[in-house]
Design a protein around this ligand. Structure first.
Ligand SMILES: Cc1ncc(COP(=O)(O)O)c(C=O)c1O
Length: 446
């Protein structure tokens, strides 16, 4: 932008420019970024100085000391210091330059303040998703997403617990268990890790495990609606699961990032199950990744009810709080502000529209695959379509589709041995790509 235009620009452009100045200024003074940013800083400096010089000339000739001009002059003065500092760093590249000039705070915001900042979001999550379910705002831990919380829950569990997973399942449960040292060796013949209870979920059992065949474990990871099969557990099935866990004194970690995708009248939260509140045995994880497009923004939450206790009576929430505060410094203010907006009436409507868009994608895939004569599962309650290729290897099917259509799917066996013979087709994508992928599937399998 030309300087004259800049001084006369509309407020939006002016803000962009001052924001850029501000950003640049912060980068210049950020003690941690200085070595990495020197070339960038210098380039920016040169540009800014050229502009600044022009402004000074303009101001001298036209002298119109509006608030904007005064603001600008203050920036120019600061930039002189920044320029000298950048030149100094170029001259002494190995020097550890310490910035005590402009002064920027380095200490973290006190916990008492950050917890007050987090409160409205926790309250909003509690009232939006758990009203009448006995969950209060202080049961909710705001995080940077479900995946990180799964690992933090594994840290809470330690290495000596035993765990069960649906098979097939989202790989992070097993992988984080391996990392924590909870498992035995990988058994190549059955493609399972020792000491993990794999709860087989196939079309034969309606993708819900036969609990009578499942050994007791300390923790049960349970996902519904489920990645990768797209199946959602019914109220009756979850009631059985809760009874099973109660009887075994197991804790259920209920992962439900796809809850908003539910079309059927299945529980969206494990806390909907009667009796679940009396003896709290559930932890629930969720996030805005799939319903508000927050996969890059990162905001999720975990519900650890106050009543959930270790066998010695110590509060699990207190322990989890300690772990969260040690492993994590809190969701960014930007992500929290965005999440609050998600929970406003307009935000909820917008999230339902996003979910609706992906559900339409899902229908397009399901319709196509059905029309080609394949047996297809999922789709109604989750954005995952689970396609059966009986007797074939998931990897072979994956390779054939990729080679012949240039469409990348996911081999079902990547989600556990129970996924062999399936591929997962995700509905997350642009509509045009969905339609084109389906056209190519039709070409391949016509
Ligand atoms: C079942 C399941 N849980 C958790 C996650 C991770 O979600 P987030 O983006 O909140 O970390 C995913 C993402 O693919 C998922 O499928």
């Amino acid at each position: 932008m030309k300087i004259k235009e800049m001084l006369e620009c509309d407020i939006h452009n002016w803000n962009v420019w001052t924001l850029r100045c501000q950003l640049f200024h912060e980068l210049t003074w950020d003690a941690n970024s200085e070595s990495k940013l020197v070339p960038f800083v210098l380039r920016e400096l040169a540009q800014l100085f050229e502009e600044a010089h022009e402004v000074v000339k303009l101001m001298n000739s036209e002298m119109c000391p509006t608030p904007r001009h005064m603001f600008y002059t203050a920036w120019i003065e600061l930039l002189v210091v920044a320029r000298k500092r950048a030149a100094h760093m170029l001259k002494y590249p190995d020097a550890q330059v310490i910035s005590l000039g402009i002064g920027d705070t380095t200490e973290p915001i006190p916990g008492v303040i950050t917890s007050a900042m987090a409160k409205p979001l926790r309250a909003a999550i509690a009232s939006t998703f758990y009203s009448n379910l006995g969950i209060e705002e202080d049961d909710i831990f705001v995080s940077d997403g479900a995946k990180s919380d799964i690992s933090r829950l594994q840290v809470l569990s330690g290495s000596s617990v035993t765990m069960a997973v649906q098979d097939p399942s989202y790989p992070v449960y097993v992988d984080s268990s391996v990392i924590m040292g909870q498992t035995g060796q990988f058994q190549k013949d059955v493609k399972k890790y020792g000491k993990i209870e794999y709860m087989k979920c196939t079309p034969k059992n309606g993708f819900f495990p036969d609990l009578s065949t499942i050994s007791r474990t300390d923790v049960i990871f349970f996902c519904s609606p489920k990645n990768p099969t797209g199946a959602a557990a019914s109220r009756e099935q979850l009631t059985r699961l809760v009874q099973f866990a109660k009887g075994n004194r197991s804790i259920i970690v209920f992962d439900s990032p796809y809850a908003m995708y539910m079309s059927d009248d299945n529980p969206r939260s494990i806390f909907e199950i009667p009796g679940a509140k009396e003896v709290a045995i559930e932890i629930e994880i969720s996030s805005f990744s799939k319903c508000a497009g927050f996969t890059g923004v990162r905001l999720g939450w975990t519900v650890v009810p106050k009543g959930l206790l270790f066998s010695d009576g110590f509060s699990i929430a207190k322990d989890f709080n300690r772990i969260v505060c040690t492993c994590f410094n809190g969701a960014s203010n930007v992500a929290q502000a965005g999440s609050l907006a998600c929970l406003s009436p307009a935000g909820l409507k917008a999230m339902h529209e996003v979910v609706g868009f992906y559900k339409e994608n899902t229908e397009i895939i399901v319709e196509t695959v059905n029309s080609l004569g394949f047996k297809v599962y999922g789709g109604r309650n989750a954005p995952d379509v689970w396609v059966h290729f009986p007797g074939q290897s998931s990897w072979d099917v994956f390779a054939e589709i990729r080679e012949k259509t240039h469409v990348v799917t996911t081999p079902g066996s990547g989600f556990g041995p129970g996924g062999e013979g399936f591929i997962r087709v995700s509905a997350f994508g642009h509509r045009a790509n969905m339609l084109e992928a389906c056209r190519r599937f039709k070409e391949l399998y016509k």
